[in-house]
Design a protein around this ligand. Structure first.
Ligand SMILES: NC(=O)c1ccc[n+]([C@@H]2O[C@H](COP(=O)([O-])OP(=O)(O)OC[C@H]3O[C@@H](n4cnc5c(N)ncnc54)[C@H](O)[C@@H]3O)[C@@H](O)[C@H]2O)c1
Length: 318
């Protein structure tokens, strides 16, 4: 079964004030759905939208989550306390804050008769060192960072809740989203960080020789995939786990070349020693999502870079 005509739904976006969350909220509103957001913090980069029911709360606070999921049809689970690069520093914290609180959330969803949970997993980490490229969803999963393991464990709990208690779900294993509203000073998101450095006239830092290959997806394409996943009406044996990326890779050196083509400032690069959690190449096969979710990535890298650059420079001059 594929997607069908969908009535307006009541949606909850957990982590909806973050980078991807804000774009998802926009896309849900544009698709006619009503939106509640629960997040620890307000958005750092934009004002609240009048159409959204914002709540400040924590995934780890069961009372707040139980209240937030009440009368909700679709729950988008975007809140995460760790990053791939740093999760190995404290795996116990990763397990406690992400797995336990997610499973508690699924209990609340089950009790509130939520129709579907949509979870963002990680195409960049759950597979580990790829044996084939592009990587299909049935590739072996041998993560080399705790973040990948906790994402995978949460995927398994979603399967458990679906098979045992009928709570439906879709998992999207994202590649590397980039774009407007991604914090250029964050530890994640090389395109935003590279553009942020260029905007401040600083050198771009590359870990390794710059030949590390990644699959980059523009954030509005990623947000659209989340809504397609919610609208997707799978039968019992249809797939529920999908890769979401551009389906093609670029080395960091190619990203720098593309940045040079699209911005009007000098760009310098500072090469630093490689990091152990960085697999050499990660490119996702996105055919399953194209077929079942009727979704595809539409934004070319150059266009996405330009839009992101315009936003970052507007921040710097504000
Ligand atoms: N950005 C990426 O490169 C990328 C890649 C793959 C997967 N993901 C996943 O996508 C999701 C969203 O990522 P993002 O890039 O928008 O991150 P983000 O940090 O910009 O947004 C996450 C939001 O969740 C909120 N949050 C975190 N922990 C919370 C908690 N316990 N309770 C309530 N709110 C909490 C934060 O305040 C933040 O607003 C995450 O699950 C992340 O792991 C991101």
């Amino acid at each position: 079964m594929g997607r069908a005509n969908i009535l307006p739904m009541k949606t909850l976006v957990i982590g909806g004030n973050g980078f991807i969350g804000c774009h998802l909220v926009d896309h849900l509103l544009n698709s006619g759905h009503s939106v509640r957001v629960i997040d620890r913090y307000p958005s750092r980069f934009r004002e609240p939208l009048p159409a959204v029911d914002y709540q400040i709360g924590d995934l780890g606070n069961h009372g707040e989550i139980a209240a937030a999921v009440k009368d909700i049809d679709w729950v988008f689970h975007l809140a995460y306390t760790t990053l791939p690069q740093t999760s190995n520093d404290d795996p116990v914290y990763d397990i406690r804050s992400n797995i336990a609180d997610s499973v508690q959330l699924f209990q609340e969803c089950r009790q509130s008769n939520v129709k579907k949970v949509i979870f963002i997993s990680s195409g960049g980490t759950v597979y580990g060192v790829p044996k084939t490229s592009p990587i299909k969803e049935d590739h072996t999963t041998e993560p080399i960072c705790s973040y990948g393991i906790t994402k995978l464990a949460i995927e398994k709990y979603l399967y458990l809740f679906y098979t045992q208690w009928g709570l439906d779900y879709v998992v999207l294993r994202f590649s590397n989203p980039y774009g407007v509203l991604q914090n250029p000073r964050a530890k994640q998101g090389v395109i935003g960080v590279f553009l942020g450095a260029a905007a401040e006239g600083k050198p771009i830092n590359i870990f390794g020789d710059g030949e590390t290959v990644r699959d980059y997806i523009y954030v509005t394409d990623a947000a659209r995939a989340l809504v397609c996943a919610a609208e997707y009406q799978p039968g019992p044996s249809d797939p529920r786990i999908f890769n979401i990326g551009a389906g093609r890779g670029h080395s960091l050196n190619e990203i720098v070349d593309e940045i040079k083509k699209n911005i009007d400032r000098p760009v310098t690069v500072n090469y630093q020693p490689g990091r152990p959690v960085d697999v050499p190449s990660n490119v996702l096969d996105i055919k399953l999502a194209e077929k079942h979710l009727q979704w595809s990535a539409q934004t070319e890298l150059g266009a996405g870079l330009k839009e992101t650059w315009n936003w970052i420079t507007s921040l710097n001059t504000a």
